[in-house]
Design a protein around this ligand. Structure first.
Ligand code: ZN
Length: 146
């Protein structure tokens, strides 16, 4: 498991929080649509970031002749490649989540089945566990070690 702290744009914040209507059911069609839009915008943003990284690397590649500069550059490149790799994985996760929305299988904990909750999903749209199960999973992960 990668350290979540270094995930790129793990939080997408450029959206209007969903206001539940009176008597509206959890994960109504409107709500699902809201999350689908949110995920699509997030994916768009990530894909633009990947593009920028690629351009940056191509531009930089030509600009270094000095060996010590090259070493620095190689470090930078490997860092950028790792970032790109994480972005790719995140994009894949977003696609899988959109797929789940299409199958009407979104917003409930994979482990115990409770509602994950709108605010938690807005903070982490790809979450598949409720906060309790997630906390437990993290504790277990820490105990088993990596
Ligand atoms: Zn749960």
């Amino acid at each position: 498991m990668a350290n979540t702290a270094e995930q790129p744009r793990e939080r997408f914040t450029n959206f209007t929080p969903y206001e539940m209507k009176k008597g509206e059911e959890y994960m109504s069609a409107d709500m699902l649509e809201h999350f689908k839009n949110l995920l699509r915008q997030w994916k768009q943003e990530l894909m633009e970031e990947v593009d920028r990284t690629m351009h940056h690397m191509q531009e930089d590649a030509a600009n270094y002749a000095d060996p010590s500069d090259r070493a620095t550059q190689e470090e930078e490149f490997s860092l950028e490649l790792r970032t790109r790799d994480r972005e790719r994985k995140l994009i894949k996760k977003i696609d899988q989540t959109i797929d789940r929305i299409d199958k009407d299988d979104y917003g409930f904990c994979d482990q115990c089945g409770v509602e994950i909750g709108i605010r938690r999903l807005e903070a982490r749209p790809t979450a598949t566990l409720c906060i309790d199960c997630k906390t437990l999973a993290e504790i277990r992960e820490r105990q088993t070690g990596i």
